[in-house]
Design a protein around this ligand. Structure first.
Ligand code: ACO
Length: 388
């Protein structure tokens, strides 16, 4: 028998739901998911419509300020982001001290947090401070991801190029080559599709951190740490490892049967909200096919489709279908992006959603402090060391 903290003797205790499944923990006007029909909207606009028509920066503006920007607002936002892309040489020098063998998500979490050392004024009720913080984080996170990639290869980071739009500039800083326009467009659409997804683990983490009224750099750093885990953003790396482990199409069924018998989670499958195929997976699959048509086929894609078919028979009846991570890795692989940067790229995109939730949380803040059900020892007597 336990007690609910702060509720000794309380008449009714709400049921405990592990993982807070189905428990509303906030009110939000940012994003809506229909998990039965496989629909996803940002501020009322379909994610598919945004992926086809918008840009990542325009979608970021929409998510954070609630309405599509006018042409003047968008131009100003794009210019501000462009002007703030560079990071201090102090941060670059700090990153040079990180072990090259470290995971880029850990490098990103540390460098995102370090921005607070430079810009932490915490004028949280000032819309200009909010705008500035959004601009800085959206602009600098990609630069820091690209910088660590070059630093760990023993090279100096490349400075952002002012003539390149957001997605092209990131790919340029990463690969030292100006990307093909189709590749940049597809990458931008990937960022849109990863920009927001309601109260997932990292966004919840961001909102909890925001509720203490700390600075937005700490908010993003805590969310990056949460996104890094293999049950959340980290799954996209594991999908490619899984496809490689399966190896060939004739191994798909025995591999899946054994994994399911051993109660292993199939990476890139399943979602707390979706009981059908994740709509983002549907769009990403289409983007992957466009890339293969243009730049050559990837045999891992045939294997992935075979896994999807075979998994549908085995896991479909439980409502387990491909999620966003299943095809995103294949897109990034075709773009020549190293595998351990997939999750940092997810973070670049999701920074938009985290900041939208940060701003919304500040608008009606109450610190998060849920209760717990205590299951420990009853009050007991202290036993001196010599008597134990
Ligand atoms: N493979 C096999 N079985 C699965 C999978 C999967 N990928 N996902 C869920 N199940 C099964 C569970 O074994 C469980 O079965 P049981 O009732 O017979 O015991 C049932 O479905 C419910 O699973 P839970 O883990 O309780 O579901 P939950 O909603 O807590 O987890 C999650 C959702 C974490 C995404 C889970 O599906 C998973 O671990 N998937 C693999 C990792 C992954 O792809 N993560 C990325 C998610 S998308 C994102 O974060 C960007």
């Amino acid at each position: 028998q336990g007690s609910v903290d702060g509720a000794h003797g309380a008449a009714s205790v709400p049921p405990f739901r592990p993982g807070l499944e189905g428990v509303p923990a906030t009110q939000s006007a940012i994003c809506d998911i229909d998990g039965q029909r496989g629909l996803l909207t940002y501020r009322g606009y379909g994610a598919d419509v945004l992926a086809a028509n918008s840009t990542f920066l325009e979608t970021t503006y929409l998510l954070i300020w609630g309405a599509l920007p006018t042409a003047a607002q968008l131009r100003e936002f794009e210019q501000e982001v462009q002007m703030h892309r560079r990071v201090s040489f102090r941060i670059r020098d700090m990153m040079k001290c990180f072990p090259a063998s470290g995971h880029p998500m850990d490098a990103l979490q540390s460098s995102a947090a370090s921005l607070g050392l430079f810009y932490s004024r915490r004028a949280l009720d000032n819309p200009e401070y909010i705008y500035e913080a959004v601009v800085r984080l959206i602009a600098k996170i990609p630069t820091m991801v690209a910088a660590f990639q070059l630093i760990r290869k023993g090279q100096d980071p490349i400075q952002p190029r002012d003539d390149l739009p957001f997605a092209s500039n990131f790919l340029y800083m990463l690969t030292e080559r100006e990307p093909d326009p189709l590749a940049a467009r597809i990458f931008d659409a990937c960022l849109i599709l990863h920009a927001e997804h309601s109260l997932n683990a990292s966004t919840f983490s961001a909102r909890v951190t925001a509720s203490t009224l700390t600075d937005p750099y700490a908010v993003v750093a805590s969310a990056v740490g949460t996104l890094a885990g293999p049950l959340h953003g980290g799954a996209n790396e594991d999908v490619l490892a899984m496809l490689e482990a399966i190896g060939s199409e004739d191994q798909v069924e025995p591999w899946l049967d054994q994994a399911i018998a051993e109660k292993q989670k199939i990476m890139g499958f399943g979602h707390r909200e979706y009981k059908v195929k994740d709509p983002r997976a549907v769009i990403l699959q289409g983007l992957a096919e466009q890339l293969f048509d243009r730049f050559g086929h990837d045999p891992l894609y045939d294997l992935a489709r075979r896994v999807e078919e075979a998994a549908a028979v085995r896991l479909g009846p439980k409502g387990i279908y491909p999620n966003v991570d299943f095809y995103s890795g294949l897109v990034y692989r075709k773009l020549g992006i190293p595998r351990d940067l997939f999750t940092p790229i997810f973070a670049i995109a999701r920074t938009a959603g985290w900041l939208a939730h940060w701003k919304e949380q500040l608008g009606a803040n109450r610190i998060f402090r849920p209760s717990q059900i205590y299951t420990g020892a009853e009050p007991r007597e202290w036993v001196p060391l010599e008597a134990r």
